[in-house]
Design a protein around this ligand. Structure first.
Ligand code: HEC
Ligand code: HEC
Length: 308
């Protein structure tokens, strides 16, 4: 009898395994000491040339992990060249940056440190700064057993902090685990999202961030694009306006939207997506339902934000 009941039980609890979106693992395994050190570094303006800018300046981890500017502003208030993406759940991105030029978080973290528009530093300058701080020297010594702080260890700690920035237990993840039901509007929004094709690009654990796609598969989006897209790397004509599909987790918190920050609201972003990527218009009712669904993607704030 047990032999019969058990497989049935697994079939039942696995019903949602066929869903094209999977929940964020509840437990993330990180080295908590390194992550807390990484958090201090992420928050510290000491890592920028004029002590003005921290990673946190453009990635507000308490509020969606991005910033609310159209394009980010960094060192000496210089404007960056693209919208700031969220760092929350970035560990699940198949590549980093809008055009995927960094393979992982470690490669990525090296970017802003050296970017003249962001931290405007270099590895030597960062090592010098931190080795002048007794507080950091003591902490690196305790955690990494070194008497001199090396740049690689700074990146390592920051990456460990980023690995801890996951937002599990959203209503939608609980729905996937069959712990709660969606409201009729949320459920219908999800159905539209699947049936009308949003799901073809926004799927997997991050509901995006697992492929490169053209912005504007149906309608040319921006023929004079000067943003760093895939073309900037590959120089292939058909890679113009191709970007990493962004994650839709916590999407209600990260306006404005798109690489150029051109959509001020989620409603606008959905209208533009429908028009340029699906070649259709949605009714207001359909958009509202999709927004209801997208609201269920807001997860729990990462636990590490409560510790110091
Ligand atoms: C001046 C604003 C600014 C600062 C400071 C900054 N970033 Fe960013 N960050 C951005 C922008 C803009 C992008 C997107 C750049 C691109 O894709 O070309 C980005 C991209 C990222 C990404 C990739 C996310 C994704 O979805 O591809 C991560 C991770 C990240 N930053 C972490 C950091 C860390 C760690 C620091 C500190 C060492 C930092 N950032 C400092 C603005 C900033
Ligand atoms: C052909 C692939 C594709 C389809 C289909 C698609 N998207 Fe997107 N989506 C993208 C890409 C690529 C971007 C980034 C575009 C950019 O920034 O220029 C994006 C961006 C977004 C953004 C903004 C995210 C951010 O952080 O800025 C939202 C919201 C969004 N899509 C929702 C949807 C919805 C809702 C649908 C269905 C109506 C949909 N998408 C269909 C590929 C797609």
């Amino acid at each position: 009898m047990l032999k019969l009941i058990l497989p049935l039980f697994f079939i039942i609890i696995n019903v949602n395994a066929i869903e094209p979106i999977s929940p964020i693992p509840i437990e993330s395994i990180v080295d908590i000491k390194k992550a807390i050190l990484g958090k201090k570094l992420f928050f510290d303006t000491l890592l920028s040339k004029d002590n003005s800018t921290a990673c946190l300046s453009c990635h507000d981890v308490f509020n969606g992990g991005a910033d609310s500017k159209i394009v980010s502003v960094g060192f000496e208030n210089k404007k960056g060249n693209i919208q700031s993406p969220t760092v929350l759940n970035a560990k699940y991105n198949f590549r980093q940056f809008w055009n995927g030029r960094a393979a992982n978080l470690l490669e990525q973290a090296d970017g802003p440190m050296n970017n003249p528009l962001e931290h405007n530093m270099n590895p030597k300058a960062i090592e010098e700064r931190l080795n002048n701080s007794d507080k950091y020297k003591k902490e690196f010594n305790e955690i990494y057993g070194v008497s001199r702080i090396k740049y690689e260890l700074v990146l390592d700690a920051i990456v460990e902090f980023e690995n801890s920035l996951t937002t599990p237990n959203s209503k939608f993840d609980k729905f996937l685990r069959q712990e709660v039901q969606l409201s009729p509007n949320e459920q219908e929004g999800y159905t539209i999202f699947k049936q009308l094709g949003c799901i073809t690009c926004h799927n997997g654990v991050n509901i995006g961030a697992n492929s490169f796609q053209k912005m504007g598969t149906f309608l040319e989006y921006d023929s004079n694009n000067t943003y760093p897209d895939r073309f900037a790397i590959t120089k292939k004509e058909n890679h113009k306006n191709v970007f990493k599909v962004p994650t839709l987790r916590n999407i209600t918190l990260t306006a404005p939207y798109f690489h150029d920050g051109s959509a001020a609201t989620l409603k606008e972003a959905i209208e533009i997506m429908a028009k340029y990527s699906l070649g259709r218009n949605f009714t207001n009712e359909e958009i509202e339902k999709i927004i209801s669904f997208l609201e269920t993607l807001k997860g729990e704030a990462p636990k590490i934000l409560e510790t110091f």
